[in-house]
Structures are given as structure tokens and as C-alpha cells.
Design a protein around this ligand. Structure first.
Ligand code: PAF
Length: 283
């Protein structure tokens, strides 16, 4: 693998490697890599000749300083993991903040409702920060495809909208959630959980999967109440929101009869660690 931390050298390398029309897949990450990230890399291997992974903890997408401070990260460990799967001409980009943000950041994107609900409501400015860094990375790499995990369901919907707004010639590929043995969605934040919290956190996916079954007998309103109550009954867990929305506008679903792709999206505070997850309901 080839590692760069400067845009100039990276883009020279990309131009050289792609001179004969090779297809490039980009996997943007904030490091603290786990098997979920590695599955994105494997998806990219399937579709492209070259794969690039970016590792950059983007400060402007953290609405909370403490969250940024405690965000896990170990570049050496990440590079070791990538070294085991990336091939000779695959790329890793590890810029620092000065490299990515030479000029002050002022751009404000308009995502309408997409940014007003769920994560957008509880993490002000988060998606604007995501959109800024993702548009920068897409501009630098000019990939054919870029890979994102479905755990960040709302992020995916917003990135698809960003690519449309900016007319970027890239295909956004959404990859299935990778889960731990007990169902907990893989997340860089899972390592921050204390042992007991980590154990109890399995109630989140368990409840989401049971909710899909319960949707056969409960109304949308009843089901939402059932999910929130079941999780909040556990003293380690506090639901911030649970919403059932469509995958285009992220409008709340009112009835199971609506002919839309429906997702139940949840954010739960486990002590000071905030976890998100989602599940698809039958159409
Ligand atoms: O999902 C993430 O890890 C981040 O939000 C992303 C897409 C790498 C942008 O910083």
C-alpha cells in the first residue's frame, strides 16, 4: 500500500496510477478501524482496480468538544490492519487538520428536511461538517465509487443528496451493517463502553429485530412506544430518539400501509457513549 499525508503528492500518485483508466474506489473513514470498515474495503475490491482509504478525524463534524477529545484513534494500529488487506497500489491518505482545512470553512449546505430530523436535530452542524469533508475528499480522489456503511443511515441519505446537488460523477455505494456476535452494530465508539455497558448495549439490536416482528401486530405509534420503553427499562440505556422514516425524505411513517422503504432509526446514550443503529421494516 502507498501512504500519503499531503494532497499534492496524493493527487500526483493517483494521476499516475490511473493513467490507463483504472477504476478507483474510495473508503472515507475517521480511523479506529474495525471489521465494518474492512468490509467497505472488500466491497471496493470487488468493484474497482484500485482502492483508497482516507483516515481523518474531521473536527468540524463534532458538535461536542468532549466527543472529539475522546474519539478513539491509533494510526499505527489502523495502518497495520490496512497493511494486511490492501494491495501494492492501493492508497491510504492520512492528512492532518492543516492539510484539509487551509482556508476557513464557511460553506453551509441546504439539505432541507434531511438535516432537520434525528441526528440533524440532536447534533447541530454535524451533517454540514460531514458534507464539507466528504465533498473535499470526493474532489481530491475523483473516485468512480465511494463506500459508506448503512449504520449511518441518515449520513448515507445526505451524502447521496450532496452528490446530486453538486453533480459529482461518483456512485455512492451503501454497504450492509456489520454486527458483533451479539448483534451490536460495529462502531468505533464501541471500545469506549465499559464491560457492563457493552453487554447491555446488545439490547439495542435485539429490540430493533423484535420490533420488525412486532410491526405485524402493533401500529407505528404503539411500536415506537414499545421500543423506547423496552430500552429505557434498562438503567444503562437512554433512548435519545427512535423514528421510523422513509429512505428518501426521512419523513416519519404514520402507517405500515405506506408504500415506502421504511427504516427504524435509533440513537441511545449508554453512559456517555452515544450509539446509533437502524433496521429495515418490510415494505
Ligand atoms: O462515517 C464516518 O466515519 C465519517 O462521517 C466520514 C464519512 C468518514 C466523514 O468524516
Amino acid at each position: 500500500m502507498i501512504i500519503h499525508d499531503q494532497i499534492k503528492f496524493l493527487t500526483d500518485e493517483i494521476n499516475h496510477l490511473r493513467s490507463d483508466g483504472k477504476k478507483l474506489g474510495l473508503v472515507p473513514t475517521m480511523g479506529a478501524l474495525h471489521d465494518g470498515h474492512l468490509s467497505l474495503v472488500k466491497h471496493s475490491f470487488r468493484d474497482n482496480d484500485l482502492t483508497a482509504v482516507s483516515i481523518f478525524v474531521n473536527p468540524i463534524q463534532f458538535n461536542n468538544r468532549e466527543d472529539l477529545k475522546k474519539y478513539p484513534g491509533d494510526l499505527q494500529k489502523d495502518l497495520e490492519k490496512l497493511g494486511k488487506i490492501l494491495r501494492q497500489n492501493d492508497l491510504v491518505f492520512t492528512p492532518d487538520v492543516n492539510e484539509m482545512y487551509r482556508d476557513p470553512v464557511t460553506h453551509i449546505f441546504d439539505f432541507g428536511n434531511l438535516n432537520k430530523v434525528m441526528e440533524g436535530k440532536y447534533r447541530k452542524g454535524h451533517f454540514n461538517g460531514v458534507a464539507i469533508i466528504v465533498s473535499k475528499l470526493l474532489e481530491i480522489f475523483q473516485p468512480d465509487k465511494a463506500y459508506f456503511g448503512q449504520k449511518d443511515f441518515q449520513q448515507l441519505v445526505i451524502i447521496k443528496s450532496l452528490v446530486k446537488q453538486l453533480d459529482l460523477p461518483v456512485t455512492i455505494v451503501s454497504c450492509p451493517i456489520v454486527r458483533e456476535h451479539d448483534g451490536l452494530a460495529m462502531s468505533s465508539r464501541n471500545v469506549l463502553l465499559l464491560e457492563k455497558q457493552r453487554k447491555e448495549a446488545a439490547l439495542i439490536p435485539e429490540t430493533l429485530f423484535s420490533a420488525v416482528q412486532k410491526s405485524k401486530s402493533l401500529s407505528v405509534k404503539e411500536l415506537k412506544r414499545w421500543v423506547i420503553k423496552r430500552i429505557n427499562n434498562n438503567p444503562e440505556l437512554r433512548v435519545e430518539y427512535f423514528e421510523i422514516v422513509d429512505n428518501i425524505e426521512l419523513f416519519p411513517i404514520k402507517s405500515w400501509e405506506e408504500k415506502k422503504e421504511k427504516y427504524g432509526c435509533i440513537a441511545v446514550n449508554v453512559g456517555t457513549v452515544r450509539l446509533i443503529d437502524n433496521v429495515k421494516f418490510p415494505e
